[in-house]
Design a protein around this ligand. Sequence first.
Ligand code: PMP
Length: 400
Amino acid sequence: MNENDFPILLQQVHGRRLVYLDNAATTQKPQQVLDAIQEAYTTWNANVHRGVHHLSQLATQHHEQARQAVADFIGAKSAGEIIFTKGTTDSINMLAFSFGEQFIHEGDEIIVSYLEHHSNIVPWQMLCNRKKAVLKVIPLRADLSLEIEQYKCLFTDKTRLVSVAHVSNVLGIINPLQDIISFAHEHHVPVCVDGAQSVPHIPVNVCALDCDFFVFSAHKIYGPTGLGVLYGKQEWLEQLPPAQGGGEMINHVSFSATTYNALPYKFEAGTPNFIGSYGLQVALHYVEQLGREQVADYELQMMTYLEQQLAQIQGITIYAAGQPKAGAISFNVANLHPFDVGTLLDQQGVAIRTGHHCAEPLIDYLQVPGTIRASVALYTTKEDIDTLITALKKSISMLS
Ligand code: PMP
């Protein structure tokens, strides 16, 4: 990685060097991705799939190559299993609608966990309200890991789907997906994995995981906003109805009957974000060139250093302390409101996030008003962490 690859990080904020530790919310984009978007709009912008002309064919090629790049990146069997969406939230909503139409009936049960992002709670809750189905929740252990024995007890002959995060966006802890998925499969129940916080940090292979659906957002892995992925095993996607109607997702349309397109187009109504998919392809290539294992190892070193340094500050509570984490770590300072700490950190050029992080049930469970969350990326340095720690100590002394 070249230290100038992320131009936004070269600026000062409030007269200080910017230290960006809010990567779980969104990541910064390398120059290569910025250039790719500029190049797309300046040289081959044209609508995909429908055009015989040169630019349209180029745009189509780029978009379909991006689909293949995503399939390769997450180890999907074919590009037909990759549906482009607007983001993780959109992917889960689409799945909840489509899966719900086909498979959820009154009295059926869907399982999520206590530490989910709202995006992996509310769409299922809305589905349950529509269909008079039941949402069940995997509880947490005292150490904030999932209570897997209790998870197993939630299963009945009405269980239709499990949807869990791979990595918690608040705690950073990595959920035991192998156990969760293999148990669900023993009961012939499919599993959807919210990979928004895993794909940017740890190598993911959907075939090795054997998950049935996997969702993530491009903007959290150095790609553009407004683009996400819904992966589904072909045998599942083929059974699901389209979630939206419009152009592109049809085979033939008449007022008496409309037939739908093949996978993955059946799920992609309207003009897709083909500029975004090109940006994502370049972002994935950027990560691959650095080496996914190398990125994961490097970030783990940063996370370990960060946790060690935080643990030495008096009055700090680290949530899920000592557990293996990826990307994010949450903490609080005794007697201080996270918002006040976050504001003072910002004054010193350090961007972290405070609040409920769109995971209110978990925050309620912790019985705090919110947490302070620092989250790393492949460009995070030891110096960034040292700056955070110095700024944190100063903030605490100013507020105490
Ligand atoms: N799930 C998790 C675990 C997340 O961290 C996020 C983003 N904070 C989302 C879902 C929603 O992603 P998006 O806003 O990109 O749709």
